[in-house]
Structures are given as C-alpha cells and as structure tokens.
Design a protein around this ligand. Structure first.
Ligand SMILES: NC(=O)c1ccc[n+]([C@@H]2O[C@H](COP(=O)([O-])OP(=O)(O)OC[C@H]3O[C@@H](n4cnc5c(N)ncnc54)[C@H](O)[C@@H]3O)[C@@H](O)[C@H]2O)c1
Length: 411
C-alpha cells in the first residue's frame, strides 16, 4: 500500500483484517510513526482496528520494502496546481520510486482519482523504467476508491468496486485481489473506462449540488423555503434524487476532481460546460451565505463589523475532521474581512492553524455569540439547542427546522 491517507489506511487495514500481510508505506514519517504506536489519524480507522491487525501491518517509509509484495496499491493525492491544472507530482514521484524496486509478476493498481489515460500514458511508462513491461511482465490496473469518510452503512465490503485492467489478465489479477475485501467487483473494459467512471460519479454530485444551490439563491429572493421544496420533491418515488443546498463544496474530491476531466477534455477540443458551471455556482455559495448572515444581523440592527460570530462545524462535512477546501474557511475569512470577530466550535477539528483559531467549548461559543452560524452539522452537536438559545442563528444546513426553532434564519 502506498499512501496512508483517508483512502490508503482504511484499505490497508481491510486487507490486513482478512489475513494479508500489508506493507504500509508513506513518505510522511509522522504517519508511519503514529501507526507504529498504534495511533490512528483518520476517522474510519480506530485504535481497536489497528490493534486487531498489528501483527500483519508493517508501516514503512522505504520503497525497497515493496519488492516483497504480490500487489501494490497506489493511494496518492491528486491535487490541482496553483493554476488549477492536474498536479500528478505525487503520482509520478511514487511511480518512479516503485519502478526502482518493481518485481516481475507484481500487480500494481492505481486508486487515486484522475483523468482517463493516466494509468496507461503516465504510470505505465514510469513503471517500465524498471525494465519490465506493463501488461506482460507485470500487471497494471486502475480501481477508483469510493470511500465516503465517516459513513457506516456503505463500507469497502458492501460497496461494489469498479476496476479496469491494462489487459484482461491484469483485470483478472486485480479482481482476485479485491474479492478479498469486497463482496462485488465490477470489471470494465479498460483503465480509461474505470478512470472516467469515478469522475462521472463525482461530477454527478457536483452538478446536482450546484443545481440545488442555484435554486436556493433564487428561492431566497422569491421568499420560498428551499428545504420545504426539496422535501416535497423527494416524495416522488422515481426520477428524482435528493440533493441538499449548503455553503459550498469541500473535501479532496468534488472541488478538485471534475477539473481533471475539464483539463483533459481541452485536448479533445471540448469544454465541459456542466463542470465549469457547477464549479462556478458552488464557489459562489460562501459569498451568498455571508450575505445572508449580514442581512440577518442587519435585521436586528447589528452590523457584521464588530459582531461576534460563532461558527458551528468547520470541517467540509458532518462526522469528519477534514477541513480541506472546506467552505467554512472561506466564510470565516469573508466575515473577518468585514470586521467580525469569529470563533468556532467543532468536536472534530481542535484547531485551524492557518486562521490562528482553536475550537472553543460549545457552551462558551453559544454564550459569547451575537450570531451562531451553523456551517457543518456534526451529528453530536445539538443544533436545536443552538437555535433556541442563541441570540441569532443562521442555519446553512437545514438542521433547525423542527418546532421550537422558528426564529432561525435558514439558507
Ligand atoms: N478522501 C476521500 O474521501 C477520497 C474518496 C475517494 C477517492 N479519493 C482519492 O484518493 C486519492 C487519495 O486521497 P486521500 O484523501 O487518501 O489523500 P491523503 O492526502 O489523505 O493521503 C495521501 C497520502 O499519500 C502520501 N504521499 C504523498 N506522496 C507520496 C509518495 N510519493 N510516496 C508515498 N506516499 C506519499 C501522503 O503523505 C498522504 O499520507 C486521491 O486521488 C483522492 O481524490 C479520496
């Protein structure tokens, strides 16, 4: 296993739990040291999970150790560069490291989300610097990760796993591997089809979230409650899928991955309008939410300047501590720019180093705030209590809708 982050660590633990010996490699020596101490650092892996597999999980920072593996899964980040183009740096650096120790007969699978063609055009040639031939003397496949951090009902075991091989034999080898940890493996005809499958899933979410967000901005002007409309539409038993409005998209996937395809599409003289439009609308949401908070304060005769604003929930989604691309960060910066004094409460995020903030206790946040702004609704936080106790509540997640909290201003 290469890359022990949100994707790689749970996968490593899943294989170890099934009895496989797992060499778990990360260049970040702090992660390797934490695993050696039995201390997990992602929500989906507990200390008990690590204790259960301690005999079979070998954390390391050395690529040379991978020479002993039958299969190597690459779970590396695929970020965007400063000018919003795919940054394959971590992938290519890792493929080079692996090529130095690659063995005949090994299976290599790329799990990172990326544009169609990456496995064949970028990873295969780098691995072939080993002198081995992809699809001949070693096997190569792509299988996208579908993990939804913090989710309990759909796990690696009961979520079908899509994969595509460079050759049919590559696909068969990869299928045999994933059948150890997944109940259902879905084989597609090529690595490109598997790469695009993952992007379709992410773009589908991004576009549908943008659609409901655009309607939320419209219903705000029209004086219609978007939550009521979404609830009502969701009673249709077919042809409608529920998506909820919110303060914008966060995390490693949705704000980033679709643009891997936009970039690739340009080579084929296509501009991917849906992706661009969804990105544009979702990026507007933090601004819309701040304007909404500003109006709510104004209605009570308060200005943002000098207002004490408690942000509840700063991670990008409920139940996790991941703040990558979280709209809360943008909202906090915008509010500060307008002169507000901002503090936050988040049971999953002890500090926001970049913003120089630390999570304050729930009661203190509530007591000190002129405005309680619910940005991410963690399940363990009592939002009803916020809505009934706070001087003013702006709820960007529709969690204060039940009786008794009629005063809260909602997105
Ligand atoms: N996080 C999710 O929910 C999720 C879900 C599905 C797919 N994905 C995709 O999976 C991939 C990995 O995402 P993640 O969230 O696990 O990222 P992450 O940043 O949490 O983990 C990646 C790990 O790779 C390590 N790393 C970087 N360069 C390395 C190198 N050269 N050699 C060894 N290790 C190296 C990093 O130290 C880090 O621990 C991305 O392409 C992402 O889009 C993520």
């Amino acid at each position: 296993m290469i890359g022990l982050g949100y994707v790689g660590l749970p996968l490593a633990v899943a294989f170890a739990r099934e009895g496989c010996e797992v060499i778990a490699l990360d260049l970040d020596s702090r992660k390797v040291a934490a695993l050696e101490r039995g201390e997990p650092y992602v929500e989906d892996v507990s200390a008990e999970d690590l204790a259960e597999v301690v005999e079979r999980l070998r954390p390391t920072t050395r690529y040379a150790d991978l020479a002993q593996a039958d299969a190597v899964l690459m779970c590396l980040p695929t970020p965007l560069s400063a000018n919003r183009e795919p940054d394959l740096g971590p992938l290519t650096e890792s493929a080079r490291g692996l090529s130095e120790v690659l063995q005949a007969g090994q299976l290599v699978v790329l799990e990172s989300t990326t544009y169609p063609g990456t496995t064949r055009e970028r990873i295969a040639p780098l691995l072939e610097e080993s002198g081995l031939a992809a699809g001949h003397t070693f096997h190569l496949a792509f299988s996208p990760e579908r993990v939804d951090p913090g989710r309990r009902d759909f796990t690696l075991r009961n979520t079908p796993k899509v994969l595509g091989g460079l050759t049919p034999t590559c696909a068969t080898r990869a299928r045999e591997l994933y059948e150890i940890v997944c109940d259902e493996v879905v084989v597609v005809s090529s690595t490109e089809a598997a790469e695009l499958t993952k992007l379709l899933e992410n773009i589908f979410r991004s576009v549908n979230i943008a659609l409901v967000n655009e309607l939320a901005m419209l219903t705000d002007r029209m004086g219609i409650d978007i939550w009521e409309v979404v609830d009502a539409a969701a009673t249709k038993p077919y042809g409608f899928m529920r998506f909820e409005p919110g303060p914008g998209m966060g995390g490693h996937c949705l704000p980033v991955d679709p643009f891997y395809l936009s970039w690739r599409a340009r080579e084929f003289d296509m501009s991917t309008e849906f992706i661009e439009l969804a990105g544009k609308i979702n990026q507007q949401m933090p601004y819309h939410c701040v304007a909404k908070a500003q109006r709510a304060l104004n209605d009570r005769g308060l200005s943002v300047k000098g207002a004490r604003v408690a942000v509840f929930g700063v991670s990008y989604k409920p139940g996790v501590g991941d703040v990558r691309e979280s709209p809360a960060l943008k909202i906090i910066s915008l509010l500060r720019g307008l002169g507000a004094e901002v503090f936050y409460h988040d049971p999953h995020v002890p500090e926001l180093g970049e913003l120089g903030l630390q999570s304050v206790p729930f009661d203190q946040a509530l007591a000190d705030a002129d405005l309680a702004l619910i940005v991410t609704a963690h399940p363990e936080v009592d939002h009803e209590l916020i809505a009934t106790r706070a001087r003013l509540t702006v709820d960007l997640r529709g969690v204060t809708r039940s009786a008794g909290s009629a005063d809260a201003v909602r997105l």
